[in-house]
Design a protein around this ligand. Structure first.
Ligand code: ZN
Length: 218
């Protein structure tokens, strides 16, 4: 049974449904780390309630200022527009975010008496986010197995899948994609222009699945 690191985004929402369908969704842990798109947490809560998965929200806002200089948490740095392959997307990297979250999730999993943490890194993230690479996941899995009296595993079933593959899987699992939030700008609607909005639109198009998202730009 796995504790899922859950954001309310598309990938981790499909992971939540995937684990639920496989009888492995033990609980979810969300993080408020001062992200501008904090509204993703509302979607995370909605999906947990819908699937009957217990959840907690870890408040990391007291250390947000230590991660300064990135566009996701620093008000002085604008969220860039364009695709993930663009150089300017590096500003969306919150330093070592996944290790911080997975480390806290491992502690929570242990305190709840379970032995697995799941996260939704996928192959499209590798180019820009070092802490989504298979090498990172493999190494961290090795560390988690040593951090307690019993081994904790890192479940990362999407690490070699594309985002389009994840959309297809979510479609098969009956995920309501309108109950997911991607946009890093965190406005009223998805902006349609930032890296994660562009990636989201492309994934639906490549998967051949209807995109229910209402985008700001028309
Ligand atoms: Zn956006």
């Amino acid at each position: 049974m796995a504790l899922i690191v859950y954001s309310g985004g598309l990938d981790s929402t499909v992971l939540l449904h995937y684990l639920k369908a496989n009888g492995k969704a033990f609980a979810a842990l969300m993080f408020d780390y001062g992200q501008k798109h904090k509204k993703e947490l509302e979607f995370a809560v909605a999906n947990c309630k819908k699937l009957g998965v217990p959840y907690d929200i870890a408040n990391l806002t007291s250390i947000t200022s230590l991660f300064g200089g990135n566009s996701l948490t620093d008000a002085g740095v604008d969220v860039p527009e364009g695709g993930y392959k663009d150089e300017n997307m590096m500003s969306t990297v919150v330093p070592n975010r996944n290790m911080i979250m997975i480390s806290i999730a491992a502690a929570r999993a242990i305190s709840l008496g379970t032995d697995e943490v799941a996260y939704a890194a996928h192959s499209g993230d590798h180019a820009i986010y070092p802490d989504c690479r298979p090498e990172f996941a493999d190494a961290l899995d090795g560390v988690l197995r040593l951090c307690h009296y019993w081994p904790v595993k890192l479940c990362r079933p999407f690490v070699n899948m594309t985002k389009a593959d994840i959309v297809k899987l979510g479609d098969q699992l009956g995920v309501d994609f309108s109950l997911t939030w991607s946009c890093y700008k965190g406005g009223h609607l998805h902006c349609g222009k930032c890296g994660t909005c562009v990636e989201r639109k492309e994934a639906f198009a490549l998967a051949g699945v209807a995109d229910p998202t209402v985008y700001e730009e028309h």
